[in-house]
Design a protein around this ligand. Structure first.
Ligand code: M6R
Length: 619
């Protein structure tokens, strides 16, 4: 959601505006509906802000240029309190002397009470935002404690909720102060210049040296220093790390959209996520977990918490982990978890899955699980993000930066990492499956090439999407691990093409949804491998016949060599044969490609669909 950039450079240098605007451009992927900047200029702080995309802000800067400055902050806002207007856009000024400006990501939950207090003191408000309350509190604190870091410390003590705050003050022209609680903030370390950002994309064009901050910390940057203190004033040190993503990885790599690039990145995403997880004997080694093996052996229940696509990855993982470990696995939507009185204790492993590592619903579920005594492992794609830091352990996916709002390569990497975790638990605990771990790993190792084969065959899917652009509704059916794939196919279509789409477990059809079938209704069917157990394949072939008999237009995703589906399919999209539990890593790809090209055919914004944000940092 909101993107934040801060920059301080050398005295003789005046590039703050360029650096901040470049950072905001790289953070566009987070989703936003207004943007603004503030620069320290002489004895004032100058701001420019505009509703809408960055081009509106650029136009404003052309019409009303800002003076050269070495210190600046910038913000892309995703509206929560107050609509997406020029006035509500950040930065917000505090006080009346024009010397202080502040930007914010998150929600100040007690802002009503604080605002009433300020109004009683005759403070006038320009906007409807919770952020402006903090700006005024900070200005007031600065008058009694004329040091921005100390003033910030006094203010954060009064705030409830989640926040990243950055502030500048004209009386301290070479300083930017940041604070974070439950919202993201990382430091970029330069040579004679330093950066702050919601994530490393904000400064990746300038430095790869980064510093991770812990919860409840304040950071003060000058051109030559980075100072961190806890909210109680205790000196602290951030954790230094090297950013392995390069600027090019955050670009589109020759594709028209980030989503197309990311779909084509998927063989790499899976390969990189598998890489380096086994020893020379082919046994899984997850040293990075740093959880005593004994503790993992004691686990008697697993709960997966996640949202959206990540939750569907969790649903796929449930089938595999239960099969391999015989430990019961429950999948809980993270925003429901806290409120359903979950059965969680010291022997429960709570696995969170999140691409961004910043999804507030998932973060809060993890915190709740820890309060209940659970062991928590985060499966996450973003180093330095909050959820891994709040968990007992982390297993990183290595999908690289996912910029498009619609998740694709992260989904495949999340399934892969969950499978690695499941196989590792099976290996640790012994039992009948442990000996087969190596065989599954060998099959997993073949998946990247098989994904490439699927990608190479996508021409027909693009054509189908082209002539389905006027569809009013599309249905998706699957069974077993194909069921979450059907849900994911429907989600992709909803968010990208704004078409009503539903995913169903095919067995559920006859219990109601079959009433939706009428002549011409498009239905995608994710067919399990003919080698699946319990006659699953035959059952779905019957389901296809049932809907075909009622006039459905059937688009069937089936394994190479599966001829049984042909008589009942209007279109057959082929994927290479693989083990039934690994099939989602292949069958979801045509559904992603279909949504991409249908959205394109409708002339929609593929990378930033309406109303959506990349990382959902509010509850
Ligand atoms: O960053 P996360 O994986 O925690 O995000 C979870 C969901 O918000 C995300 O998967 C969302 O559903 C995507 N837009 C789906 O494409």
């Amino acid at each position: 959601m909101c993107g934040i950039v801060g920059y301080v450079g050398p005295v003789e240098d005046g590039t703050a505006l360029e650096v901040v605007m470049e950072g905001l451009t790289r953070l566009e992927y987070r989703g936003y509906d207004s943007a603004g900047v503030a620069l320290v200029a002489g004895d004032r702080v100058e701001t420019r802000k505009r509703a809408g995309k960055l081009e509106n802000l650029r136009r404003e800067l052309d019409e009303h240029p800002l003076p050269v400055s070495r210190t600046g902050i910038g913000h892309t806002r995703w509206a929560t309190h107050g609509g997406p207007t020029d006035t509500n856009a950040h930065p917000h000024r505090g006080g009346t002397d024009g010397k202080l400006a502040l930007i914010h990501n998150g929600i100040i939950e007690n802002f009503h009470a604080l605002k009433s207090e300020l109004i009683a003191d005759n403070v006038a408000f320009a906007s409807e935002t919770d952020t402006e309350v903090v700006a005024h509190l900070l200005a007031a604190a600065y008058t009694t404690t004329p040091d921005l870091t100390e003033a910030m410390r006094a203010v954060v003590a009064r705030l409830d909720g989640a926040f990243t705050l950055l502030a500048v003050h004209a009386d301290q022209p070479g300083v930017v102060v940041g604070a974070r609680r439950n919202s993201p903030l990382v430091v970029g370390l330069g040579d004679g210049e330093n950066y702050l950002g919601s994530d490393v994309a904000a400064f990746i064009g300038h430095t790869r040296a980064a510093l991770e901050l812990a919860q409840d910390q304040i950071v003060t940057i000058t051109p030559d220093t980075v100072t961190v203190v806890d909210f109680d004033g205790t000196p602290a040190q951030g954790k230094a790390y090297e950013v392995t993503w390069d600027a090019a990885a955050a670009e589109k790599g020759g594709y028209a959209t980030f989503m197309e690039k990311e779909i084509n990145d998927q063989p790499h995403a899976v390969r990189d996520t598998l890489f380096g997880r086994t020893d020379t004997d082919g046994r899984l080694t997850l040293d990075e977990l740093r959880i005593p093996e004994e503790k993992l052996r004691e686990i008697d229940r697993i709960t997966i918490v996640a949202c959206g696509t990540a939750a569907y990855a969790g649903m796929v993982a449930k089938y595999a982990i239960e099969r391999w470990t015989r430990i019961p696995v429950e999948v809980s939507l993270a925003h429901e978890f806290r409120y359903c009185d979950p059965i969680v204790d010291e022997q429960t492993l709570v696995v969170s899955i999140s691409q961004s590592g910043e999804t507030m619903d998932t973060l809060m579920a993890v915190k709740h699980a820890r309060e209940l005594g659970a062991l928590t492992i985060s499966i996450c794609n973003t180093h330095g993000s909050t959820i891994p830091r709040e968990s007992d352990a982390v297993l990183y996916t290595h999908a690289g930066p996912e910029i498009a709002v619609a998740s694709t390569k992260a989904f495949l990497a999340q399934i892969t990492a969950s499978y690695i975790l499941g196989l590792y638990l099976a290996q640790l605990r012994g039992g009948t499956f442990a000996d087969d771990v190596r065989a599954v790993l060998e099959e997993l190792a073949e998946i990247p090439d098989k994904i490439q084969t699927v990608l190479d065959r996508m021409g027909r899917v693009k054509e189908i999407a082209g002539f389905m652009a006027d569809s009013r509704a599309v249905l998706f059916l699957g069974r077993h691990v194909g069921f979450p794939v059907a849900l994911e196919g429907a989600l992709k279509l909803k968010e990208l093409a704004y078409i009503h789409a539903e995913g169903f477990a095919a067995g559920e059809l006859k219990h109601g949804p079959i009433a939706l079938i009428e002549p011409g209704q498009p239905v995608f069917v994710v067919v399990p491998s003919p080698s699946s157990e319990h006659g699953l394949h035959g059952k779905i072939v019957s389901n296809i016949q049932e809907i075909r008999a009622r006039g459905a237009r059937t688009i069937v995703i089936a394994e190479d060599g599966d001829h049984d589906v042909v008589p009942f399919s209007d279109e057959v999209i082929r994927v290479p044969a693989t083990a039934p539990l690994l099939a989602p890593l292949l069958t979801v790809v045509p559904l992603q490609v279909f949504a991409l090209w249908l959205s394109t055919a409708k002339g929609l914004d593929v990378d930033q669909p309406r109303n959506l944000a990349k990382s959902v940092t509010v509850e």
